[in-house]
Design a protein around this ligand. Sequence first.
Ligand SMILES: Nc1nc2c(ncn2[C@@H]2O[C@H](COP(=O)(O)OP(=O)(O)OP(=O)(O)O)[C@@H](O)[C@H]2O)c(=O)[nH]1
Ligand SMILES: [Mg+2]
Length: 223
Amino acid sequence: MPEVAELAWARVMALEANYCRVQLDQPGPRGVQQLLCVRRTRLGKTGQQICAGDRVQVDGIDWPAARGAVAALEPRQSLLERPAVANCTRVVVAVALDQPPLDPLQLTRFLLTAERTGVAVELVLTKVDLLEPAAARAWAERLRGWGYGPLLVSAREGTGMAELRQRLREPGIAVLCGPSGVGKSSLINALLPELALRVSAVSGRLQRQLGQQGIDQAAFAHP
Ligand SMILES: Nc1nc2c(ncn2[C@@H]2O[C@H](COP(=O)(O)OP(=O)(O)OP(=O)(O)O)[C@@H](O)[C@H]2O)c(=O)[nH]1
Ligand SMILES: [Mg+2]
């Protein structure tokens, strides 16, 4: 006898081709926490596109195979467009203090884009290990003048990581964004090692491309 398939509420964690991976509100039989789901056609017919962050109802669950189908979508509280993330409550803008050097104009562009989303914006200054403490403090002071309470962190040395973890522990979904090479993947790997994101060296070419990058990475804190 197959185990009984029921309805379950879940959060969309990632889109993978025609499937989406969802995190169940309540673990299923044998502790199943995530399901790989197809989408029911009627969601498509009503024109509803599933995004990461969406709250969904799953049915047709095959517990042993950890499969199901998204049957319904809960109304969204908010929607970021790029990347498409539903129900985001905070945008965390990350920029490096050095390698690449902090560029105030580029930071302004990122902050403006983040502020336009209408959700709370937080600023994280990465690679604090690369600057003299006085120089890092001077940046923090300057950015406090812009109205932010920047958190200075080093994924490499662990500085500020406990506080970052604490901030991300607040309820809701946080999206981490920032220029290429500032250490976003390194931060996420330090917070969520099971994701094992690729960390790439900052090349000269990449550094020259900075400023053309959009919001390029999303991470869920506590779905
Ligand atoms: N010194 C120092 N280097 C760091 C730190 N965090 C990351 N790096 C280095 O910075 C480089 C880029 O790091 P990534 O984590 O790949 O940066 P990213 O923001 O994810 O880059 P993209 O994926 O290209 O957008 C790598 O060589 C890391 O080892 C840090 O705290 N201190
Ligand atoms: Mg990365």
